[in-house]
Design a binder for this molecule. Structure first.
Ligand code: NAP
Ligand code: MG
Length: 495
Protein backbone atom coordinates (compact mmCIF):
# COMPACT_ATOMS: atom_id res chain seq x y z
CA UNK A 1 0.00 0.00 0.00
CA UNK A 2 1.38 3.41 -0.92
CA UNK A 3 1.70 5.47 2.26
CA UNK A 4 0.45 9.00 2.72
CA UNK A 5 3.48 11.22 3.29
CA UNK A 6 3.91 13.65 6.17
CA UNK A 7 3.06 16.78 4.19
CA UNK A 8 -0.25 15.30 3.04
CA UNK A 9 -0.97 13.99 6.55
CA UNK A 10 -0.47 17.51 7.85
CA UNK A 11 -2.75 18.92 5.15
CA UNK A 12 -5.48 16.44 6.08
CA UNK A 13 -5.12 17.12 9.81
CA UNK A 14 -5.53 20.87 9.29
CA UNK A 15 -6.93 21.55 5.82
CA UNK A 16 -7.19 25.14 4.62
CA UNK A 17 -10.37 27.01 5.47
CA UNK A 18 -12.53 28.89 3.02
CA UNK A 19 -10.42 30.91 0.58
CA UNK A 20 -11.88 34.41 0.67
CA UNK A 21 -9.98 37.56 -0.27
CA UNK A 22 -6.73 35.62 -0.37
CA UNK A 23 -7.08 34.41 3.22
CA UNK A 24 -7.84 30.98 4.63
CA UNK A 25 -10.70 31.55 7.05
CA UNK A 26 -13.25 29.53 9.03
CA UNK A 27 -16.94 29.53 8.15
CA UNK A 28 -18.84 32.26 10.02
CA UNK A 29 -21.00 29.64 11.74
CA UNK A 30 -17.91 27.76 12.93
CA UNK A 31 -19.41 24.54 11.58
CA UNK A 32 -17.54 21.86 9.68
CA UNK A 33 -18.38 18.76 7.66
CA UNK A 34 -16.47 15.55 6.92
CA UNK A 35 -14.86 14.16 3.82
CA UNK A 36 -14.58 10.42 3.53
CA UNK A 37 -12.13 8.16 1.71
CA UNK A 38 -14.46 5.91 -0.31
CA UNK A 39 -11.86 3.10 -0.34
CA UNK A 40 -11.88 2.82 3.45
CA UNK A 41 -15.10 4.62 4.48
CA UNK A 42 -12.95 6.55 6.96
CA UNK A 43 -13.21 10.27 7.61
CA UNK A 44 -10.01 11.86 6.28
CA UNK A 45 -10.63 15.55 6.89
CA UNK A 46 -12.96 18.13 8.41
CA UNK A 47 -13.83 21.07 6.20
CA UNK A 48 -15.43 24.47 6.75
CA UNK A 49 -19.15 24.43 6.02
CA UNK A 50 -19.90 27.58 4.05
CA UNK A 51 -23.43 28.95 4.21
CA UNK A 52 -25.18 31.95 2.70
CA UNK A 53 -23.26 34.49 4.82
CA UNK A 54 -19.91 33.04 3.72
CA UNK A 55 -21.11 33.01 0.11
CA UNK A 56 -21.94 36.68 0.48
CA UNK A 57 -18.44 37.44 1.80
CA UNK A 58 -16.84 35.49 -1.06
CA UNK A 59 -18.95 37.20 -3.73
CA UNK A 60 -18.11 40.62 -2.24
CA UNK A 61 -14.45 39.71 -2.29
CA UNK A 62 -14.68 38.62 -5.95
CA UNK A 63 -16.57 41.84 -6.76
CA UNK A 64 -13.92 44.04 -5.10
CA UNK A 65 -11.20 42.21 -6.99
CA UNK A 66 -13.07 42.94 -10.21
CA UNK A 67 -13.53 46.68 -9.57
CA UNK A 68 -11.84 49.01 -12.08
CA UNK A 69 -8.43 49.96 -10.75
CA UNK A 70 -7.98 46.71 -8.76
CA UNK A 71 -4.66 44.88 -8.91
CA UNK A 72 -6.29 42.29 -11.17
CA UNK A 73 -7.84 44.79 -13.56
CA UNK A 74 -4.56 46.68 -13.81
CA UNK A 75 -2.50 43.55 -14.49
CA UNK A 76 -1.34 43.41 -18.10
CA UNK A 77 -2.65 40.53 -20.20
CA UNK A 78 0.97 39.37 -20.58
CA UNK A 79 1.42 39.20 -16.82
CA UNK A 80 -1.96 37.52 -16.43
CA UNK A 81 -0.86 34.89 -18.93
CA UNK A 82 2.40 34.37 -17.02
CA UNK A 83 0.55 33.91 -13.73
CA UNK A 84 -1.87 31.39 -15.23
CA UNK A 85 1.07 29.51 -16.77
CA UNK A 86 2.74 29.49 -13.36
CA UNK A 87 -0.34 27.77 -11.89
CA UNK A 88 0.12 25.00 -14.46
CA UNK A 89 3.80 24.72 -13.51
CA UNK A 90 3.00 24.58 -9.79
CA UNK A 91 0.47 21.82 -10.44
CA UNK A 92 3.18 19.72 -12.09
CA UNK A 93 5.67 20.55 -9.32
CA UNK A 94 3.11 19.36 -6.75
CA UNK A 95 1.76 16.52 -8.90
CA UNK A 96 2.33 13.69 -6.43
CA UNK A 97 0.62 15.49 -3.56
CA UNK A 98 -2.33 16.58 -5.71
CA UNK A 99 -2.72 13.05 -7.07
CA UNK A 100 -2.70 11.65 -3.53
CA UNK A 101 -5.40 14.08 -2.35
CA UNK A 102 -7.49 13.36 -5.43
CA UNK A 103 -7.12 9.60 -5.03
CA UNK A 104 -8.11 9.34 -1.39
CA UNK A 105 -10.88 11.93 -1.60
CA UNK A 106 -12.54 10.82 -4.84
CA UNK A 107 -11.73 7.11 -5.10
CA UNK A 108 -9.46 7.44 -8.09
CA UNK A 109 -6.67 4.90 -8.50
CA UNK A 110 -3.52 6.81 -7.50
CA UNK A 111 -1.60 6.12 -10.72
CA UNK A 112 -4.58 7.32 -12.79
CA UNK A 113 -4.95 10.49 -10.72
CA UNK A 114 -1.25 11.15 -11.32
CA UNK A 115 -1.10 10.31 -15.05
CA UNK A 116 -4.50 11.64 -16.07
CA UNK A 117 -6.19 14.13 -13.72
CA UNK A 118 -3.14 16.10 -12.68
CA UNK A 119 -1.79 16.21 -16.23
CA UNK A 120 -5.12 17.38 -17.72
CA UNK A 121 -5.41 20.05 -15.03
CA UNK A 122 -1.95 21.45 -15.76
CA UNK A 123 -2.70 21.27 -19.50
CA UNK A 124 -5.81 23.41 -18.99
CA UNK A 125 -3.90 26.19 -17.22
CA UNK A 126 -0.99 26.09 -19.65
CA UNK A 127 -3.38 26.25 -22.58
CA UNK A 128 -5.56 28.99 -21.07
CA UNK A 129 -2.46 31.08 -20.26
CA UNK A 130 -2.07 31.71 -23.99
CA UNK A 131 -5.59 33.10 -24.34
CA UNK A 132 -4.94 35.86 -21.80
CA UNK A 133 -3.20 37.83 -24.55
CA UNK A 134 -5.54 36.81 -27.36
CA UNK A 135 -9.11 37.73 -26.47
CA UNK A 136 -9.37 40.19 -29.32
CA UNK A 137 -12.08 42.36 -30.79
CA UNK A 138 -12.68 43.13 -34.46
CA UNK A 139 -13.20 46.15 -36.64
CA UNK A 140 -16.27 46.15 -38.88
CA UNK A 141 -17.19 48.26 -41.88
CA UNK A 142 -20.42 50.18 -41.33
CA UNK A 143 -22.64 48.82 -44.08
CA UNK A 144 -25.38 51.47 -44.28
CA UNK A 145 -23.34 54.61 -44.72
CA UNK A 146 -20.17 55.74 -46.39
CA UNK A 147 -17.27 53.60 -45.16
CA UNK A 148 -15.42 56.74 -44.07
CA UNK A 149 -18.15 58.10 -41.83
CA UNK A 150 -17.91 55.60 -38.94
CA UNK A 151 -15.27 53.60 -37.15
CA UNK A 152 -16.75 50.55 -35.45
CA UNK A 153 -14.99 47.94 -33.38
CA UNK A 154 -15.66 45.40 -30.67
CA UNK A 155 -13.92 44.86 -27.34
CA UNK A 156 -13.86 41.55 -25.47
CA UNK A 157 -14.54 42.39 -21.85
CA UNK A 158 -14.70 39.99 -18.89
CA UNK A 159 -18.25 39.12 -17.84
CA UNK A 160 -17.47 39.82 -14.17
CA UNK A 161 -17.91 37.61 -11.11
CA UNK A 162 -18.25 33.94 -12.02
CA UNK A 163 -19.71 31.20 -9.81
CA UNK A 164 -18.19 27.78 -10.57
CA UNK A 165 -20.09 24.80 -9.15
CA UNK A 166 -18.49 21.43 -9.79
CA UNK A 167 -19.06 17.70 -9.15
CA UNK A 168 -17.06 14.97 -7.44
CA UNK A 169 -15.97 12.82 -10.35
CA UNK A 170 -13.03 14.95 -11.60
CA UNK A 171 -12.60 17.52 -8.83
CA UNK A 172 -9.27 18.97 -9.93
CA UNK A 173 -9.93 18.89 -13.66
CA UNK A 174 -13.36 20.48 -13.19
CA UNK A 175 -11.85 23.22 -11.03
CA UNK A 176 -9.40 24.01 -13.84
CA UNK A 177 -12.19 24.05 -16.42
CA UNK A 178 -13.84 26.90 -14.47
CA UNK A 179 -10.86 28.78 -13.00
CA UNK A 180 -8.76 28.61 -16.20
CA UNK A 181 -11.11 30.50 -18.53
CA UNK A 182 -12.18 32.89 -15.74
CA UNK A 183 -8.55 33.97 -15.25
CA UNK A 184 -7.74 34.02 -18.97
CA UNK A 185 -10.57 36.47 -19.64
CA UNK A 186 -9.92 38.64 -16.57
CA UNK A 187 -12.98 37.56 -14.56
CA UNK A 188 -13.00 36.76 -10.86
CA UNK A 189 -14.50 33.55 -9.49
CA UNK A 190 -16.08 31.86 -6.50
CA UNK A 191 -15.71 28.09 -6.78
CA UNK A 192 -17.74 25.52 -4.86
CA UNK A 193 -16.32 22.00 -5.09
CA UNK A 194 -18.58 19.01 -4.40
CA UNK A 195 -19.11 18.17 -0.74
CA UNK A 196 -17.59 14.69 -1.28
CA UNK A 197 -14.35 15.99 -2.83
CA UNK A 198 -13.26 19.36 -1.42
CA UNK A 199 -9.56 18.64 -0.82
CA UNK A 200 -7.81 19.09 -4.16
CA UNK A 201 -9.63 22.37 -4.86
CA UNK A 202 -8.35 23.76 -1.54
CA UNK A 203 -4.79 22.74 -2.40
CA UNK A 204 -5.23 24.26 -5.86
CA UNK A 205 -6.41 27.47 -4.18
CA UNK A 206 -3.11 27.65 -2.30
CA UNK A 207 -1.19 27.18 -5.55
CA UNK A 208 -3.26 29.90 -7.24
CA UNK A 209 -2.26 32.32 -4.47
CA UNK A 210 1.37 31.16 -4.64
CA UNK A 211 1.40 31.76 -8.41
CA UNK A 212 0.64 35.43 -7.85
CA UNK A 213 -3.09 35.73 -8.53
CA UNK A 214 -4.19 38.80 -6.51
CA UNK A 215 -6.37 38.35 -3.42
CA UNK A 216 -10.08 37.93 -4.09
CA UNK A 217 -9.73 36.86 -7.71
CA UNK A 218 -10.19 33.18 -6.86
CA UNK A 219 -12.33 32.29 -3.85
CA UNK A 220 -13.11 28.73 -2.79
CA UNK A 221 -16.05 27.69 -0.64
CA UNK A 222 -16.38 24.19 0.72
CA UNK A 223 -19.89 23.20 1.73
CA UNK A 224 -23.15 21.64 0.69
CA UNK A 225 -25.01 22.14 -2.55
CA UNK A 226 -28.32 23.03 -0.96
CA UNK A 227 -26.61 25.64 1.24
CA UNK A 228 -23.48 27.16 -0.31
CA UNK A 229 -24.32 26.04 -3.85
CA UNK A 230 -27.88 27.34 -3.84
CA UNK A 231 -26.88 30.64 -2.20
CA UNK A 232 -24.14 31.14 -4.78
CA UNK A 233 -26.40 30.33 -7.73
CA UNK A 234 -29.01 32.84 -6.51
CA UNK A 235 -26.62 35.61 -5.40
CA UNK A 236 -27.33 38.92 -7.17
CA UNK A 237 -23.62 39.79 -7.14
CA UNK A 238 -22.79 36.87 -9.45
CA UNK A 239 -22.78 37.63 -13.18
CA UNK A 240 -22.32 34.15 -14.56
CA UNK A 241 -22.65 30.54 -13.40
CA UNK A 242 -20.54 27.74 -14.82
CA UNK A 243 -22.05 24.48 -13.58
CA UNK A 244 -21.09 20.85 -14.05
CA UNK A 245 -23.18 18.10 -12.49
CA UNK A 246 -26.52 16.38 -12.73
CA UNK A 247 -29.25 17.42 -15.15
CA UNK A 248 -31.60 17.72 -12.18
CA UNK A 249 -29.45 20.30 -10.36
CA UNK A 250 -28.72 21.95 -13.72
CA UNK A 251 -32.43 22.81 -13.92
CA UNK A 252 -32.30 24.29 -10.39
CA UNK A 253 -29.32 26.40 -11.46
CA UNK A 254 -31.25 27.78 -14.41
CA UNK A 255 -34.11 28.66 -12.05
CA UNK A 256 -31.75 30.33 -9.56
CA UNK A 257 -30.19 32.40 -12.35
CA UNK A 258 -33.48 33.96 -13.36
CA UNK A 259 -33.44 36.72 -10.70
CA UNK A 260 -30.63 38.81 -12.17
CA UNK A 261 -30.52 36.92 -15.49
CA UNK A 262 -27.07 35.48 -14.92
CA UNK A 263 -25.28 34.01 -17.87
CA UNK A 264 -25.37 30.22 -17.48
CA UNK A 265 -23.25 27.45 -18.95
CA UNK A 266 -24.10 23.87 -18.05
CA UNK A 267 -22.28 20.59 -18.49
CA UNK A 268 -24.69 17.85 -17.47
CA UNK A 269 -25.29 14.16 -17.82
CA UNK A 270 -25.04 11.75 -20.70
CA UNK A 271 -25.93 8.30 -21.97
CA UNK A 272 -23.39 8.19 -24.71
CA UNK A 273 -23.50 5.65 -27.52
CA UNK A 274 -20.32 3.80 -28.39
CA UNK A 275 -20.63 2.09 -31.77
CA UNK A 276 -18.56 -0.84 -33.04
CA UNK A 277 -19.02 -1.61 -36.74
CA UNK A 278 -18.28 -5.05 -38.17
CA UNK A 279 -15.20 -3.76 -40.01
CA UNK A 280 -13.63 -2.33 -36.83
CA UNK A 281 -10.18 -3.37 -35.68
CA UNK A 282 -11.36 -5.33 -32.66
CA UNK A 283 -7.93 -5.15 -31.03
CA UNK A 284 -8.64 -1.44 -30.69
CA UNK A 285 -12.43 -1.51 -30.36
CA UNK A 286 -12.70 -4.02 -27.50
CA UNK A 287 -10.27 -2.28 -25.11
CA UNK A 288 -11.69 1.03 -26.35
CA UNK A 289 -15.21 -0.01 -25.40
CA UNK A 290 -14.05 -1.22 -21.99
CA UNK A 291 -12.12 2.00 -21.34
CA UNK A 292 -15.13 4.05 -22.48
CA UNK A 293 -17.32 2.68 -19.70
CA UNK A 294 -14.95 1.53 -16.96
CA UNK A 295 -12.64 4.56 -16.72
CA UNK A 296 -13.06 5.95 -13.18
CA UNK A 297 -15.68 3.30 -12.47
CA UNK A 298 -17.99 4.72 -15.11
CA UNK A 299 -18.47 7.90 -13.09
CA UNK A 300 -17.88 10.05 -16.15
CA UNK A 301 -20.46 12.28 -17.80
CA UNK A 302 -19.06 11.12 -21.15
CA UNK A 303 -19.03 7.38 -20.29
CA UNK A 304 -19.72 5.17 -23.31
CA UNK A 305 -22.56 3.50 -21.47
CA UNK A 306 -24.60 2.22 -24.43
CA UNK A 307 -22.46 -0.17 -26.46
CA UNK A 308 -23.92 -0.73 -29.93
CA UNK A 309 -22.20 -3.62 -31.70
CA UNK A 310 -22.81 -4.94 -35.21
CA UNK A 311 -24.48 -8.34 -34.99
CA UNK A 312 -21.63 -10.02 -36.91
CA UNK A 313 -19.07 -9.19 -34.21
CA UNK A 314 -21.45 -8.79 -31.26
CA UNK A 315 -20.58 -12.00 -29.38
CA UNK A 316 -16.85 -11.49 -29.83
CA UNK A 317 -16.96 -7.85 -28.70
CA UNK A 318 -19.15 -8.25 -25.64
CA UNK A 319 -17.25 -11.33 -24.52
CA UNK A 320 -14.01 -9.35 -25.00
CA UNK A 321 -15.33 -6.44 -22.94
CA UNK A 322 -16.57 -8.86 -20.25
CA UNK A 323 -13.12 -10.48 -20.19
CA UNK A 324 -11.48 -7.12 -19.58
CA UNK A 325 -14.09 -6.37 -16.89
CA UNK A 326 -13.23 -9.66 -15.12
CA UNK A 327 -9.56 -8.73 -15.27
CA UNK A 328 -9.90 -5.52 -13.26
CA UNK A 329 -8.36 -5.61 -9.83
CA UNK A 330 -11.03 -3.79 -7.82
CA UNK A 331 -9.52 -2.41 -4.63
CA UNK A 332 -8.25 0.51 -2.54
CA UNK A 333 -6.78 3.38 -4.56
CA UNK A 334 -3.46 3.30 -2.68
CA UNK A 335 -2.87 -0.40 -3.43
CA UNK A 336 -0.52 -0.41 -6.45
CA UNK A 337 -2.23 -3.63 -7.63
CA UNK A 338 -5.64 -1.95 -7.90
CA UNK A 339 -6.82 -1.04 -11.38
CA UNK A 340 -10.33 0.04 -10.35
CA UNK A 341 -11.29 2.02 -7.26
CA UNK A 342 -14.57 2.45 -5.39
CA UNK A 343 -17.65 4.49 -6.25
CA UNK A 344 -17.82 7.87 -4.58
CA UNK A 345 -20.28 7.09 -1.77
CA UNK A 346 -22.65 4.55 -0.30
CA UNK A 347 -25.55 6.49 -1.89
CA UNK A 348 -23.96 6.24 -5.32
CA UNK A 349 -23.24 2.54 -4.78
CA UNK A 350 -26.87 1.93 -3.80
CA UNK A 351 -28.06 3.88 -6.83
CA UNK A 352 -25.88 1.93 -9.25
CA UNK A 353 -26.75 -1.43 -7.66
CA UNK A 354 -30.42 -0.45 -7.96
CA UNK A 355 -29.94 0.02 -11.70
CA UNK A 356 -28.24 -3.37 -12.07
CA UNK A 357 -31.15 -5.02 -10.24
CA UNK A 358 -33.70 -3.15 -12.32
CA UNK A 359 -31.95 -4.26 -15.52
CA UNK A 360 -32.00 -7.87 -14.40
CA UNK A 361 -35.65 -7.59 -13.31
CA UNK A 362 -36.51 -6.30 -16.79
CA UNK A 363 -34.79 -9.26 -18.45
CA UNK A 364 -31.16 -8.22 -19.00
CA UNK A 365 -28.38 -10.73 -18.38
CA UNK A 366 -25.21 -9.81 -16.48
CA UNK A 367 -22.36 -11.39 -18.48
CA UNK A 368 -20.10 -10.42 -15.65
CA UNK A 369 -20.11 -8.25 -12.53
CA UNK A 370 -22.98 -6.77 -10.59
CA UNK A 371 -21.64 -7.91 -7.22
CA UNK A 372 -20.08 -6.05 -4.34
CA UNK A 373 -16.78 -7.39 -3.03
CA UNK A 374 -16.73 -8.17 0.72
CA UNK A 375 -15.38 -5.67 3.21
CA UNK A 376 -15.04 -1.91 3.57
CA UNK A 377 -15.25 0.53 0.69
CA UNK A 378 -17.89 1.40 -1.90
CA UNK A 379 -16.65 -1.11 -4.46
CA UNK A 380 -18.64 -2.70 -7.26
CA UNK A 381 -17.53 -5.24 -9.85
CA UNK A 382 -17.55 -3.85 -13.39
CA UNK A 383 -20.71 -5.06 -15.07
CA UNK A 384 -21.74 -5.94 -18.63
CA UNK A 385 -25.48 -6.22 -19.26
CA UNK A 386 -26.59 -8.05 -22.43
CA UNK A 387 -30.09 -8.84 -23.74
CA UNK A 388 -31.18 -5.26 -23.13
CA UNK A 389 -33.95 -3.49 -25.03
CA UNK A 390 -34.48 0.20 -25.78
CA UNK A 391 -37.28 0.67 -23.26
CA UNK A 392 -35.35 -0.56 -20.21
CA UNK A 393 -34.40 1.94 -17.51
CA UNK A 394 -30.76 0.82 -17.72
CA UNK A 395 -30.73 1.75 -21.40
CA UNK A 396 -32.52 5.09 -21.00
CA UNK A 397 -31.13 6.61 -17.79
CA UNK A 398 -27.65 7.69 -16.77
CA UNK A 399 -26.30 5.11 -14.31
CA UNK A 400 -22.97 6.82 -13.51
CA UNK A 401 -21.26 3.59 -12.54
CA UNK A 402 -19.27 0.74 -14.12
CA UNK A 403 -22.26 -0.69 -15.95
CA UNK A 404 -22.50 -0.98 -19.73
CA UNK A 405 -25.55 -2.09 -21.69
CA UNK A 406 -24.81 -3.95 -24.92
CA UNK A 407 -27.16 -3.67 -27.90
CA UNK A 408 -26.71 -5.46 -31.25
CA UNK A 409 -27.50 -3.72 -34.56
CA UNK A 410 -27.56 -4.52 -38.27
CA UNK A 411 -29.02 -1.60 -40.19
CA UNK A 412 -26.86 1.59 -39.99
CA UNK A 413 -29.89 3.92 -40.34
CA UNK A 414 -31.72 2.17 -37.52
CA UNK A 415 -28.50 2.32 -35.49
CA UNK A 416 -28.34 6.11 -35.84
CA UNK A 417 -31.99 6.41 -34.84
CA UNK A 418 -31.39 4.33 -31.71
CA UNK A 419 -28.13 6.07 -30.83
CA UNK A 420 -29.93 9.44 -30.98
CA UNK A 421 -32.98 8.15 -29.10
CA UNK A 422 -32.00 9.79 -25.80
CA UNK A 423 -32.56 13.17 -24.17
CA UNK A 424 -28.78 13.47 -23.84
CA UNK A 425 -26.15 14.41 -26.43
CA UNK A 426 -22.79 14.69 -24.75
CA UNK A 427 -20.44 12.29 -26.54
CA UNK A 428 -20.21 9.26 -28.79
CA UNK A 429 -17.65 6.72 -29.99
CA UNK A 430 -17.33 5.10 -33.40
CA UNK A 431 -15.03 2.18 -34.15
CA UNK A 432 -14.57 1.42 -37.85
CA UNK A 433 -11.83 1.15 -40.48
CA UNK A 434 -14.09 2.71 -43.12
CA UNK A 435 -13.28 6.42 -43.44
CA UNK A 436 -16.57 7.21 -45.15
CA UNK A 437 -18.54 5.47 -42.41
CA UNK A 438 -16.57 7.26 -39.69
CA UNK A 439 -17.26 10.72 -41.11
CA UNK A 440 -20.86 9.91 -41.99
CA UNK A 441 -21.65 8.60 -38.50
CA UNK A 442 -19.86 11.55 -36.88
CA UNK A 443 -22.18 13.86 -38.87
CA UNK A 444 -25.35 12.02 -37.91
CA UNK A 445 -24.84 11.47 -34.18
CA UNK A 446 -26.29 14.25 -32.01
CA UNK A 447 -23.42 14.77 -29.60
CA UNK A 448 -20.96 17.47 -28.64
CA UNK A 449 -17.95 15.18 -29.13
CA UNK A 450 -17.52 12.16 -31.40
CA UNK A 451 -14.43 10.03 -30.90
CA UNK A 452 -13.36 7.69 -33.70
CA UNK A 453 -11.20 4.66 -32.93
CA UNK A 454 -10.54 6.09 -29.49
CA UNK A 455 -12.70 7.18 -26.55
CA UNK A 456 -12.37 9.87 -23.90
CA UNK A 457 -9.40 11.61 -25.52
CA UNK A 458 -9.51 15.05 -23.87
CA UNK A 459 -7.37 18.10 -24.50
CA UNK A 460 -7.68 21.69 -23.29
CA UNK A 461 -7.71 22.87 -26.92
CA UNK A 462 -10.75 20.78 -27.87
CA UNK A 463 -14.24 22.05 -26.96
CA UNK A 464 -16.38 19.70 -24.89
CA UNK A 465 -20.06 19.95 -24.01
CA UNK A 466 -23.51 18.75 -24.83
CA UNK A 467 -26.28 18.80 -27.38
CA UNK A 468 -29.85 18.53 -26.06
CA UNK A 469 -30.22 18.05 -22.28
CA UNK A 470 -26.51 17.44 -21.81
CA UNK A 471 -26.01 21.14 -21.38
CA UNK A 472 -25.51 24.64 -22.64
CA UNK A 473 -22.24 25.84 -24.09
CA UNK A 474 -18.79 24.33 -24.28
CA UNK A 475 -15.89 23.84 -21.92
CA UNK A 476 -12.29 24.26 -23.11
CA UNK A 477 -10.97 25.33 -26.47
CA UNK A 478 -11.54 28.85 -27.74
CA UNK A 479 -15.31 28.25 -27.44
CA UNK A 480 -15.33 28.36 -23.64
CA UNK A 481 -14.08 31.95 -23.67
CA UNK A 482 -17.35 33.15 -25.18
CA UNK A 483 -19.13 32.29 -21.93
CA UNK A 484 -16.75 34.45 -19.89
CA UNK A 485 -16.74 37.43 -22.23
CA UNK A 486 -19.12 40.27 -22.98
CA UNK A 487 -18.70 41.77 -26.42
CA UNK A 488 -18.88 45.54 -26.44
CA UNK A 489 -19.43 47.36 -29.74
CA UNK A 490 -17.95 50.84 -29.98
CA UNK A 491 -19.26 52.99 -32.83
CA UNK A 492 -17.58 56.33 -33.53
CA UNK A 493 -18.87 58.91 -35.96
CA UNK A 494 -16.08 60.92 -37.52
CA UNK A 495 -16.67 64.60 -38.14
P1 NAP B 1 -25.07 17.22 -8.31
O1 NAP B 1 -25.97 17.12 -7.17
O2 NAP B 1 -25.56 17.80 -9.57
O3 NAP B 1 -23.80 18.05 -7.79
C1 NAP B 1 -22.99 18.89 -8.58
C2 NAP B 1 -22.64 20.14 -7.79
O4 NAP B 1 -23.81 20.94 -7.57
C3 NAP B 1 -22.08 19.86 -6.40
O5 NAP B 1 -21.09 20.81 -6.07
C4 NAP B 1 -23.31 20.02 -5.54
O6 NAP B 1 -23.02 20.24 -4.19
C5 NAP B 1 -23.96 21.20 -6.19
N1 NAP B 1 -25.38 21.36 -5.87
C6 NAP B 1 -26.27 20.43 -5.44
N2 NAP B 1 -27.48 20.98 -5.27
C7 NAP B 1 -27.37 22.28 -5.59
C8 NAP B 1 -28.27 23.37 -5.62
N3 NAP B 1 -29.54 23.24 -5.26
N4 NAP B 1 -27.81 24.58 -6.01
C9 NAP B 1 -26.53 24.74 -6.36
N5 NAP B 1 -25.63 23.74 -6.35
C10 NAP B 1 -26.04 22.54 -5.97
O7 NAP B 1 -24.46 15.84 -8.62
P2 NAP B 1 -24.24 14.64 -7.59
O8 NAP B 1 -25.32 14.56 -6.57
O9 NAP B 1 -22.88 14.79 -7.10
O10 NAP B 1 -24.39 13.40 -8.55
C11 NAP B 1 -25.69 12.95 -8.90
C12 NAP B 1 -25.72 12.51 -10.32
O11 NAP B 1 -25.31 13.59 -11.15
C13 NAP B 1 -24.75 11.42 -10.66
O12 NAP B 1 -25.21 10.18 -10.31
C14 NAP B 1 -24.63 11.62 -12.15
O13 NAP B 1 -25.71 11.05 -12.82
C15 NAP B 1 -24.67 13.11 -12.30
N6 NAP B 1 -23.34 13.73 -12.37
C16 NAP B 1 -22.92 14.23 -13.55
C17 NAP B 1 -21.66 14.79 -13.63
C18 NAP B 1 -21.11 15.36 -14.88
O14 NAP B 1 -19.90 15.47 -15.01
N7 NAP B 1 -21.92 15.80 -15.81
C19 NAP B 1 -20.82 14.80 -12.53
C20 NAP B 1 -21.30 14.28 -11.32
C21 NAP B 1 -22.55 13.75 -11.28
P3 NAP B 1 -22.96 18.96 -3.20
O15 NAP B 1 -21.78 18.19 -3.61
O16 NAP B 1 -22.81 19.50 -1.87
O17 NAP B 1 -24.25 18.22 -3.39
MG1 MG C 1 -14.24 12.34 -0.03
Amino acid sequence: MTTINDATQAFLAAPPGLLIDGESIPALSGETFESVDPSTEEVIAHLQRARAEDVDAAVRSARRAFEPGSAWRRMTPADRGRVIHRIGDLILENADELAMLEAIDSGKVLSVARSSDVVLTANMFHYMAGWATKTEGHTMPFTMSSPDEYVAYTRSEPVGVVAGIIPWNFPLVMASWKIGPALATGCTIVLKPAEQTPLSALRLGQLVVEAGVPAGVVNILTGYGHEAGAALAAHPGVDKIAFTGSTEVGRLIVGAAVGNLKRVSLELGGKSPNIVFDDADLDIAIPGAAQAIFFHQGQCCNAGSRLFVHRKVYDEVIEGVAEIARGFQVGPVLDPESTMGPLISSEQLERVCGYVRSGQDEGATALTGGNRPQGKGYFLEPTVLADTTGDMKVVREEIFGPVVVAIPFEDPDELVRQANDTPFGLAAGVFTRDLNRAHRTAQLIQAGTVWVNTYGAFDAAIPFGGFKQSGWGREMGREVLDHYIETKSVVIRLS
